[in-house]
Structure formats: C-alpha cells, structure tokens
Design a protein around this ligand. Structure first.
Ligand SMILES: NC(=O)c1ccc[n+]([C@@H]2O[C@H](COP(=O)([O-])OP(=O)(O)OC[C@H]3O[C@@H](n4cnc5c(N)ncnc54)[C@H](O)[C@@H]3O)[C@@H](O)[C@H]2O)c1
Length: 248
C-alpha cells in the first residue's frame, strides 16, 4: 500500500484495459484525485461511475491525446480546478499492425501521433509546473515491441521514441525532484491483445514462461511503484513487466 493522499494523478487512455486498472489502483491507494482521460468519452464517463460512484475522487474527460490544442485546453482546466498535478501516466496507445512493405503512411502516422505525440503533448503540459513545484512523477507506457517486432514497425518506432524521451527527460528533470520512467508491458490481456489473430496469439502464448498473459492489475503494480515516493531514486528506467518473456 502506498500513500497518494496528497497526489493528483492524470491517467490517459483510462476508459479500459491497462489505463483503467492503473486508475483503479491509484484510487485503492488513497489518491487525492485521479483524472481519467480518454478519446472515448462515453466509455470514460461510464468507467468513472464504476470506479468512483460518488464522483468525488475522480474527474473524467473525453480528449484525443494527439490533438495538441484540445490537450492544452483540458490541462489548463485541470490546473484551474486542481491547482497542481503530481503524477502523469501516459498510457493511451493504439496499434495498426502490418508488414512495413504493406504499411500505409496513414498507419504509420496514426500510431506515431497517438503513442509518441500524445505522450509528448501531455508531458509538455505538465513539465513546467512540475519543475516549479519541484515534484513530479511521469510514467510512460511503452512496450517490449520497442525492441523490434514483426508487423509492428510503426508501433515499435513509436515506443522506442517514448523510451528515448523518457531517458532524456529524466536526465533533464532530476535536479527538480522529477522522475521520468517507463514500463514495457509484455502481453497483457486487454482488447489490444485481441487485435492479434488467434493463431499468432496461440504461438505468442507458448513463448511466455508462465504460459499465461499478464493481467492489467499486474502492470498497474509497476506503475504505482514508479509513481510512489519510495521510488525516488529510480529515474530514467525502463521497467520490463512481461512475466520473464524474452524481449528480443
Ligand atoms: N495489452 C498489451 O499487451 C500491451 C503490451 C504492450 C504495451 N501496451 C500499451 O499499453 C497501453 C494500454 O493498452 P491496452 O492494452 O490497455 O489497450 P486498450 O486498447 O484496451 O486501451 C487503450 C485505451 O486508450 C484509449 N485511447 C487510444 N487512443 C487514444 C487517444 N488518441 N486519446 C485518448 N485515448 C486514447 C482507448 O480508447 C482505450 O480506452 C498502450 O499504450 C499500449 O500500447 C499494451
């Protein structure tokens, strides 16, 4: 159990899957306020009701993290309402898989826009205030695919870019008591996993030593550690959370 009772937390892509599990875990660990952002407005409001029926420990909002202007509007409103943001979890992500020689420019740009530029847009909104308040925790959800994965050139490139941003921002921000880390999930049982054809999924399962997919809550546990005060000396780290699955 961690103490987030003084912390305002923003989680992107929080309507379902890993993001939802992260939001729920922060609430279970006493977070002062958890902000759920997602481009699926209907679903994120539904999730908010399920996680916080009274509606006094959460805020929820529909926003596409790749839309820089809208992201700016949302974060401006959040700072007005909350005064400060202590933790940002850049979790929103998509895949548009295909072999590179068949991949369209739209597939490449869509994935880069959400996975990398979405992370950039939200991070750019909090970094100055975190420097001023001399406290911040940024956790980016990357992927083991960052190391290369057939059919995922766009996705792998976007997550490798996230890793580079993570390591560099950690170096630049450490003196201001800000940590910037990433988590690289292996296969986690969410809707994203179900976009992989069944025969390929079966083969992937065989390569996972515990012979099962990870659960969103098991990924959330890594995020909570990195967001905690206890992780103050962990900075610029890319934490593989994959049930010992070999990455390359
Ligand atoms: N599931 C896995 O096996 C796995 C493995 C490695 C990495 N990841 C990463 O974990 C993160 C969460 O994935 P998941 O498995 O929970 O997927 P998911 O598809 O179940 O959930 C993703 C959530 O992000 C939201 N979202 C997508 N694009 C958005 C945008 N532009 N703006 C705002 N919200 C947006 C979706 O509406 C959805 O609620 C992603 O960054 C993904 O790349 C997942």
């Amino acid at each position: 159990m961690y103490d987030f009772s003084e912390r305002n937390i923003v989680v992107t892509g929080a309507a379902q899957g890993i993001g939802r599990a992260i939001a729920e875990a922060f609430l279970k660990n006493n977070a002062r306020c958890v902000v759920l952002l997602d481009w699926n407005q209907e679903k994120v409001l539904e999730t908010q009701k399920e996680l916080d029926p009274e509606g006094n420990r959460t805020l929820a909002c529909g926003v596409d993290v790749s839309d820089q202007e809208k992201v700016h509007e949302v974060f401006t409103a959040l700072y007005e309402k909350l005064g400060r943001i202590d933790v940002l979890v850049n979790n929103a992500g998509i895949n548009r898989d295909g072999m590179f020689h068949k991949m369209t420019s739209e597939q490449m740009h869509a994935v880069m826009n959400v996975n990398f530029f979405g992370t950039y847009n939200c991070t750019a909104e909090v970094i100055k205030a975190m420097r001023d308040q001399e406290y911040g925790r940024i956790i980016n959800i990357s992927s083991t695919s960052a190391h290369g994965n057939v059919g995922q050139a766009n996705y792998a490139a976007s997550k490798a870019a996230v890793n580079g941003l993570t390591r560099t921002l950690a170096l630049e921000s450490a003196r201001k008591n800000i940590t910037v880390n990433a988590v690289e999930p292996g296969f986690i049982d969410t809707d994203m996993l179900r976009t992989i054809p069944a025969d390929k999924l079966e083969a992937r399962l065989k390569a996972i030593p515990p012979q099962r997919f990870g659960q969103p809550e098991e990924l959330a546990a890594s995020v909570l550690f990195l967001a905690s005060d206890e992780a103050s000396w962990v900075n610029g780290h890319i934490m593989i959370t994959s049930g010992a699955t070999k990455v390359v």
